[in-house]
Design a protein around this ligand. Sequence first.
Ligand code: HEC
Length: 170
Amino acid sequence: MILARNFRTAQIAPLFIFLIGSIYGCGEKKKENDTHTKPASEQESEVPSPVESADVPEYMAEGQKVYAQYCLSCHQVNGTGVSRLNPPLKDTDYVLGDKNRLLGILVNGSNVGLEIRGETYSNAMPSFKQLDDTELAHVASYIRNSFGNSATPVTIGEVSTFRTKSENQK
Ligand code: HEC
């Protein structure tokens, strides 16, 4: 008799554990789905690393803010510049050409009396080395793709590479 009873409990116990386990397991799964809409691996593949490919809409929106704060007063809202004082940013080699030369002007400033389309400019371009890599990438990409310009964006990675290289040269 006693033996038979014990035998029964022993048979049922694992079943209970299994049931409780699966109820608890379901709850856990639900909770996970609520907090993370997508698995981490999927989320990552949707957001490309800015080092490899600049997210142009974001760069343009952020770059416009940097431009309005630091550049607009001299180069004007449409990049026309001011005759004989500040050069235009529309369709110039400095803006559209070599990215490192462009970054060089932004980081070091320039006061050499640049000649653009037969006109020289007497004002001085201040250094913007206080801007971080992200701000510089944004504003450089913005001017390369505004005022009728169209050129590949400058990535944050390219700015940091430029900075590392020019620091090593010193
Ligand atoms: C105080 C006025 C002033 C401000 C502010 C200023 N610049 Fe300039 N910028 C100049 C002048 C003047 C030159 C020409 C420098 C020279 O003759 O050596 C110039 C030259 C340039 C050039 C190269 C020439 C060209 O026209 O393509 C670029 C590119 C440029 N600036 C971009 C910028 C950006 C981007 C900002 C903001 C982060 C900025 N500048 C802020 C006055 C300014």
